[in-house]
Ligand binder design. Structure first.
Ligand code: ADP
Ligand code: GLC
Length: 472
């Protein structure tokens, strides 16, 4: 079966978040199941550099700008790529979505509409003989592809994050190549504007999101961000499939960024190294907690800043790596004045590995979390996740309830409701559990033996693909 994955980011070539990891891992996870996946990516500078030499399979004019554009077939980082090289849209340095002022590029709607037209074109023979049996689209950036295809090729749309709607002013309808007749409540109109995501939610043959709990949450107004009604209307076509992680890139036994280890005992060296690197004292009695995250409202780190005294009073330490909202960066810089708090603002892949290996616990206090990957890294590295009870965090951590501890199955801690008080209590409890060595060691062993790879979920995607192609 031939599948075109349509995505605006893909690790290791270009990444702003977990979407890239998932798009990067799926092709290899699906190959053993007889699925040949090619990945369509925009020709950003990083992608063009990585493919160096590609084969031109199409040249012509971009549907939005009318300027020269090309479609290239290429291989890089073990991925079979189709790259849409349209310099007017994608030859821009810096963050792929944001201009130098830190705001969305004003022409994002047109950029990704043009990209989606290319996905449609590939289904229609633009790449010669290679035509997909179905397309698998990710988030709003790819969500117009099912609209343009209008059922001609079956499609699956994966929602990684409902917070991003791909909104555009009504005046862009024609520039984006959309049909004004569909600008109404049952179409792609969303409160007076165009929503690329909504078009995908309505037109994709099937929908999924990245955990079962988030799939259920999405249909409720508290989490649906205005799309809950649309999703309730498509409840029969919406499933939750948990993300896996790349267990080769995230393997404590072979990870080149750390001192490798097989059992939780091996973490001690990594903890010491991390404390030294971050300038943290090595005599703290409590757990060293780590955070690796975008600093945004979603991730709930303002609550962590408020709850921090509970951790410090319990003898714990905090090491945070992240970047994002300026006010959160500023807040954590201020907190780092405490000798047991260390903060690195920035994006640093090797350091992220050292943090996950060296931490005793990883904190993920998100207000909502479609899946979340860092708690999965934590499990694999025996770094106990303390998470909010929401979305994929609820589905991947077995909380240390008295019953779970008695049965020796607990892998982490969860707090609920998702607020500062509950987080403070959970941090105090974390410190208590850390002090009970036998229980803590049991939990780290449990964590390390949890399956966090792609096997089960790849099979679930393959089953959807088969349904879609069978039904077409
Ligand atoms: P989201 O996609 O919402 O940001 P995920 O947990 O799914 O959340 O994925 C985040 C990914 O980005 C993980 O691979 C995480 O390790 C990585 N990441 C986030 N912030 C940083 C950072 N500052 N440095 C290195 N990696 C980071
Ligand atoms: C999104 C979500 C995150 C998820 C990732 C990959 O960015 O915020 O929870 O793990 O996509 O699906």
């Amino acid at each position: 079966m031939k599948v075109l994955s349509v995505t605006s980011e893909c690790a290791p070539l270009v990444k702003t978040g977990g979407l890239a990891d998932v798009a990067g891992a799926l092709p290899a996870a699906l190959a053993p199941l007889g699925i040949e996946m090619r990945t369509l990516l925009p020709g950003y500078p990083a992608v063009m550099k990585a493919i160096a030499s590609g084969t031109e399979v199409w040249t012509g004019a971009d549907p939005v700008t009318g300027t020269p554009a090309r479609l290239l077939a290429a291989q890089a980082a073990g991925l079979d790529l189709m790259v849409y090289d349209a310099p007017d849209h994608f030859a821009r340095d810096g963050n792929i979505y944001l201009g130098p002022d830190g705001r969305d590029w004003p022409d994002n709607p047109e950029r990704y509409a043009a990209f989606c037209r290319v996905a449609e074109g590939i289904c229609d023979g633009m790449a010669g003989d290679w035509r997909p049996d179905l397309i698998h689209c990710h988030d709003w950036q790819a969500a117009l592809a099912p609209y343009f295809l209008d059922g001609a090729t079956p499609s699956l749309l994966t929602i990684h994050n409902i917070a991003f709607h791909g909104l555009a002013p009504e005046g862009k309808i024609e520039a984006m190549g959309l049909d004004r007749a569909d600008f109404h409540r049952e179409g792609f109109e969303f409160w007076g504007r165009v929503s690329a995501l909504k078009a995908g939610l309505l037109y994709a043959s099937k929908l999924n999101t990245v955990s079962e709990t988030y799939a259920a949450e999405l249909m409720r107004p508290e989490f649906g961000m205005g799309m809950d009604g649309v999703l309730r209307g498509r409840a029969e076509d919406l499933t939750g499939i948990l993300n896996g992680i790349d267990t080769a890139a995230w393997d404590p036994e072979t990870d080149p960024a750390i001192t490798p280890y097989k059992s939780p005992k091996g973490k001690a060296k990594n903890k010491r190294a991390l404390q030294d690197a971050m300038g943290l004292p090595t005599d703290a009695e409590g757990p060293l907690c780590v955070v690796v995250s975008r600093l945004t409202e979603q991730k709930g780190l303002d609550m962590l800043a408020d709850a921090l005294p509970a951790l410090l009073e319990g003898g714990g330490q905090l090491a945070l790596l992240g970047s994002g909202d300026a006010h959160l960066e500023h807040r954590f810089h201020g907190l780092a004045k405490d000798r047991n708090v260390a903060v690195r603002i920035g994006y640093d892949e090797p350091l992220s590995h050292r943090m996950i290996a060296g931490g005793d616990a990883i904190l993920v206090p998100s207000r909502f979390e479609p899946c979340g990957l860092t708690q999965l890294y934590g499990l694999r590295y025996g770094t106990i996740p303390l998470v909010a009870l929401t979305g994929g965090l609820a589905d991947t951590v077995i909380p240390a309830s008295p019953a779970a501890l008695a049965r020796k199955v607990a892998t982490g801690l969860q707090f609920h409701p998702v607020n500062t008080d509950a987080l403070s209590l959970a941090l105090t409890r974390l410190c208590d559990l850390y002090a009970r060595e036998e229980i803590w060691n049991q939990m780290t062993r449990n964590a390390m033996s949890q399956p966090v790879g792609w096997d089960t979920s790849a099979a679930a995607y393959a089953a959807i693909y088969k349904d879609l192609v069978g039904a077409a």
